[in-house]
Design a protein around this ligand. Structure first.
Ligand code: DGI
Ligand code: FE
Ligand code: FE
Length: 193
């Protein structure tokens, strides 16, 4: 499948607003990849596909989790978390995407994980700062992204966690673990200087 066809296939899955968000993530991910030394083509591809299943009905997403090897404990956490691992699985099946780094960038774009790769960081951060995003901390996070990958990601996770706390929602453990791991990464780097 050509990249243009893939773009059309994704566009068909998404409402206009989400498609515009996707274009923004593609662009921001590509720029961040150039800046921080990840593969810009992989970043753009992962950006294109990252929210592929976002608008699938809950039941359809649940079925994918149950019928794939995805961890069923996902079902104990909020539905907005599902589209990331479900999306990675579905695009691997439907479009034959085999690149594990691209698939992991999709799989972990919402929560992050411990030991995120450069590409995973780039896509997760692009999702937080693409030009269409509007939330209280976004300008601070965009500024941090000019000089660091990890600092703006921590600030991004902080803003998500803060938002979830105000809503009385559960926190997905991996979100907390990712945030902590990024703090350790920055500390370790400083110690080794
Ligand atoms: O898909 P996007 O909206 O572009 O962004 P995303 O993939 O980061 O998803 C954001 C949604 O996921 C938002 O509704 C908050 C939710 N979310 C993110 N981390 C957690 C979470 N929800 C819960 N319950 N726990 C989390 O740790
Ligand atoms: Fe998402
Ligand atoms: Fe997104």
């Amino acid at each position: 499948m050509m990249f243009n066809e893939l773009m059309e296939a994704v566009r068909r899955e998404l409402p206009v607003k989400r498609w515009e968000h996707t274009l923004g993530v593609m662009q921001s991910a590509k720029e961040l990849a150039h800046k921080y030394g990840a593969d810009p083509d992989k970043a753009e591809l992962a950006g294109l596909l990252h929210d592929f299943c976002k608008y699938w009905p809950t039941e359809r997403q649940r079925l994918v989790i149950l019928e794939s090897e995805l961890p069923n404990e996902l079902l104990n956490y909020d539905k907005p978390l599902w589209h990331a691992p479900v999306g990675a699985y579905v695009v691997s099946q439907e479009f034959g995407i085999k690149d594990e780094d691209v698939l992991n960038a999709i799989r972990y774009h919402t929560s992050g994980r411990v030991g995120m790769t450069l590409l995973e960081k780039v896509v997760c951060l692009a999702d937080y700062i693409e030009p269409g995003r509007v939330y209280p901390e976004v300008e601070t996070i965009r500024l941090l992204a000019e000089t660091s990958l990890e600092k703006p990601l921590i600030a991004g996770f902080d803003s998500t966690i803060h938002y979830l706390l105000t809503k009385g929602e559960k926190i997905y453990p991996l979100t907390l673990l990712s945030r902590n791991a990024l703090i350790d990464e920055i500390r370790d780097r400083r110690m080794n200087r």
